[in-house]
Design a protein. Structure first.
Lengths: 382, 382
């Protein structure tokens, strides 16, 4: 028997109570039974998003939410600015180009965070920019972009929307939609929300809704105005993914019981312990600055293939982490501390990394990283 | 305690074994664990679709599959022919128009089936028609359009694709994708496949793939060429809805054990018993011809509101059926016999209808419809 541990940056482990809630008999999405279910999910998402904006619920992966953030608010040829510092930054560019927007990029070296001044600079130079797109946590590099600082820049431009992919950051980072002025923020179920993949969430500000009035890009499945009308009566535009929404209420209940501040603090503690533990092993973080609290990307030691580390973790120890993507492939491996994650998940990850690296000939003393993690984790909840 | 019975045309009841399979620990969609899961689902869908074509698996409702059937194979301004005989026929028109296709409609009176000769007539008159869109089972009216006959017409036109929304027909009707020449056929999880809502399926013929090469409509989330590339290596383009695909394998296993011919026969028997039972109660079917084996739409007796029948079934007897949609609202109520449906579901439905109608003052003798159903159902599996 090889016991399995899911420590990847999505899908993340789903608690048994959530899985079992989703195994309840299916209810009909247009019958009265469902209305309080959606109402509760709607309210819970507003709480999590720290917003009074509508938070739409879509039946799609997070990427579907990203597409909707493009095709509902812009027009062919619109200038937009994409902050591209990783695989998911690239995705914003690809989506915007698929819809024939004029994309200008700030290319951020992988492993680095964007400088908010650079965003300001670009907005000053090109007054036509209608939207700024960024990731909160760039999952491919383990970098967190400073959403608060970027928001304060974009806010000054009346005609420019600020759009955040928070798919992996939501729950792991304190993202203050209304206080900071995030116009559109996309989340997904299979990350911090501790659910299986299948639903996406998108908050939309009044400033963005006003833009939606003039958007002529083709839309049918991701038609946010229709979703908004339906949401007002606790429905979705098409068949609601009822089981996932029931699960969502269960996971929101867990997060509410913990309290938002504690949720963020837990993720910070887990992420920090992971980082310090791997550093104690002589390893380097891929994030040269502003590391994400959702996922830690770790440079594989010189001469060791990051994909082999990832593979050994899974095959020899049952730990499903993640390798590197695209240009980071082979250079890094990644450990998530996201969602249903606690102290001993970190201990498991670090102990596993120690065992795999030692097995691959990397010199280390067992327990070195684990001890550092223990030290830092003991504070949590204690 | 009011025990609940789900007899709506989607979502339909999900068997416990399927629900529990979906409550298994989440696995990672890019890890090797997942490859055999998708491979098995892929093969099972080909079996169910009776096709050697690729059957794509999308994370969306069935409508997402319909959108993909439009945005991957056509271009702005293309002439297409939509057979519009109900709410879902209208949906084809709306989707095609959202993507700026030139839509020509055959308007079929609700409750009637299209005449294949009329399709032939239109195709002869307008040689530019690039696609013919239809529902197999039009859920809003309970009518089955003769897919075999329409396919044999469209087949003669080399430049015209035949696109079938089989969301509610799949499993309930024998639809021979390859033998009849259906280019694109859309299915959804929450109908005959006995799953919660959340995934859609689309089969695509080689003739359609050739068209995809020249389609320039904007696409990113529903990008079928990318899905095809991923499917070849047992992956999906974006995060796979892993739990639903695990559930799909479980429901496909049940269908395979029963055998395709028996599955279709069961639906035919259940549908036929439902129709004859309600006729024995003096009620009329909404389908004036070619009734669907997935759902029966029943005319409410003169003077009785169909919505009230639907409401009483649910509130007094715990039976969630369906009311009428749009212009059929108030005129009909609908009973599904789709997916995880057996003889005593029909008995329950008919007995419930008798009790509700009698309660609303409609003169009938208890057991009249039930007896007719018993007679016809006893043959099934016996």
């Amino acid at each position: 028997m090889l016991k399995r541990y899911l420590l990847a940056p999505g899908p993340t482990p789903v608690p048994s109570n959530v899985l079992l809630a989703m195994a309840s008999p299916v209810i009909h999405h247009r019958a009265p039974d469902f209305l309080p279910v959606l109402d509760s999910a709607k309210k819970g998402l507003k709480w999590l998003y720290q917003t009074n904006n509508d938070v739409l619920i879509l039946c799609s992966t997070g990427t579907g939410g990203m597409v909707g953030a493009v095709n509902n608010f812009f027009n062919k040829g619109d200038s937009v600015l994409v902050i591209n510092g990783g695989k998911f930054g690239e995705r914003w560019t690809k989506i915007c180009r698929a819809y024939n927007l004029g994309v200008e990029e700030i290319t951020v070296e992988w492993g680095h965070a964007v400088k908010p001044e650079e965003v300001e600079d670009r907005l000053k130079k090109n007054k036509d920019i209608k939207g700024v797109f960024v990731q909160a946590s760039e999952t491919s590099t383990g970098v967190y972009h400073d959403i608060k600082a970027i928001a304060s820049v974009v806010k000054k431009y009346e005609d420019t929307l600020f759009i955040v992919d928070a798919i992996s950051a939501l729950v792991a980072h304190d993202l203050r939609t209304d206080e900071w002025g995030i116009d559109i923020m996309v989340g997904g179920s299979q990350k911090g929300l501790m659910l299986p993949p299948g639903i996406a969430f998108v908050s939309v500000s009044e400033k963005a809704w006003a833009k939606a009035e003039t958007s002529k890009l083709p839309k049918f499945y991701f038609n946010f105005k229709k979703e908004r009308e339906n949401l007002a009566r606790n429905q979705t535009n098409f068949t609601s993914p009822v089981t996932l929404i029931i699960g969502l209420n269960e996971s929101l209940k867990m997060l509410r019981a913990e309290g938002l501040e504690n949720v963020f603090k837990r993720h910070e503690t887990l992420a920090n312990a992971t980082r310090e533990a791997v550093k104690a092993l002589g390893l380097e973080l891929y994030a040269q600055e502003s590391p994400s609290n959702a996922v830690t990307a770790i440079m594989s030691p010189p001469g060791l293939d990051g994909q082999a580390v990832y593979k050994n973790l899974r095959e020899k120890y049952g730990i499903t982490a993640a390798g590197g993507q695209d240009r980071a492939r082979g250079k890094v491996f990644r450990i998530a501390h996201l969602g249903y994650s606690d102290r001993f998940d970190i201990i498991t990850a670090i102990a596993g990394i120690e065992m795999v690296l030692k097995g691959m000939g990397y010199p280390l003393k067992f327990g070195t990283g684990v001890a550092v993690a223990q030290e830092l984790l003991m504070a949590q909840g204690g």
